[in-house]
Design a protein around this ligand. Sequence first.
Ligand SMILES: NC(=O)c1ccc[n+]([C@@H]2O[C@H](COP(=O)([O-])OP(=O)(O)OC[C@H]3O[C@@H](n4cnc5c(N)ncnc54)[C@H](OP(=O)(O)O)[C@@H]3O)[C@@H](O)[C@H]2O)c1
Length: 336
Amino acid sequence: MTERFKALLLHQGDDGRTLCEERVLSAGDLMEGDVDVAVEATTVNYKDGLAITGRSPVVRRWPMIPGVDLAGTVKASRSPLWREGDRVVLNGWGLGETHYGAYAGLARVRAEWLVALPDRFSFRDAMGIGTAGYTAMLAVLALERFGLSPDQGPALVTGAAGGVGSVSVALLSRLGWHVVASTGRPAEAGWLRELGAAEIVDRAELAAPSKPLARERWAAGIDSVGGATLASALAATRRHGAIAACGLAGGMDLPTSVAPFILRGVALLGVDSVMAPKALREEAWRRLAADLDAEALRRIEVPIGFADIVVTAGAILDGRVRGRVVVTDVAQATRV
Ligand SMILES: NC(=O)c1ccc[n+]([C@@H]2O[C@H](COP(=O)([O-])OP(=O)(O)OC[C@H]3O[C@@H](n4cnc5c(N)ncnc54)[C@H](OP(=O)(O)O)[C@@H]3O)[C@@H](O)[C@H]2O)c1
């Protein structure tokens, strides 16, 4: 195939710094895969911010096309699983880390990584959800699998104004939970209430070191912050409740004790979206189609252009992005 398209390419400079430049590539430059997908929309996740700025060693093969999420149309398939014209979504599986990712006109990927995009969602919707929203759904599924339901008490969401957080607020509220949203951005309280938050907590309250056990406040939680915030969330979880841990926006450590686990039977549920098996991904996307309110999704999405990806990468790490950015013009912007 001789088709040419633009792509963002990350390199490692001599001083170890990550450099990002736009290149014109052809299909033959792509890595191995049995399905070619014309990328229609993508997004900028926290992890994409880490990759593009080089702030964490997300990229494990150089050079690399970043972008962990894409939605698009199958252009060519050498697999019986997909046909030309199928609408697909891909989250994770090492995209943008070990395999060329989404910030290009064309992606060549493995057939089993793709999920059929539910009819309800446009490409833009799919990336308004993206890895962050699909992870929020995985966290909801983990809490449900553990046996929790809204009648057992409130649900805490930390990092509520971020991607995982905002979709979690919308999903939990739609499912009937009384949602306690923790944010460091008081100016977003009104927006979080529109998404379904019933209470707003200042994130400084949870970021402060907590006692091993605190007053029982919530039955469930979705945490994208980690560190002292996750420790505080666990300490204030009701007997036999659970917190689903998704992220580390506030730190990688976990300064807690065994007290919540052995004295209250609290559980810490791990969520890994990157290598989640296909059946679980399909369940998550089915449930997103059923349970994510269209109006909430519209409120969460922030459209940006392909040319804005690099600047947005810095902004998301600085906590300046609200909700979910969607890169809506990939097809046009990558045309040569
Ligand atoms: N496990 C998985 O598979 C998986 C999947 C997706 C994402 N993640 C991880 O989940 C986290 C969130 O991802 P995202 O895409 O939702 O990022 P995001 O949009 O940047 O949201 C993160 C939010 O965390 C809060 N925050 C940021 N820095 C903080 C700090 N120093 N202390 C306390 N709170 C802080 C902010 O919320 P407020 O402004 O509301 O306080 C921010 O909006 C990241 O660590 C990401 O790597 C993991």
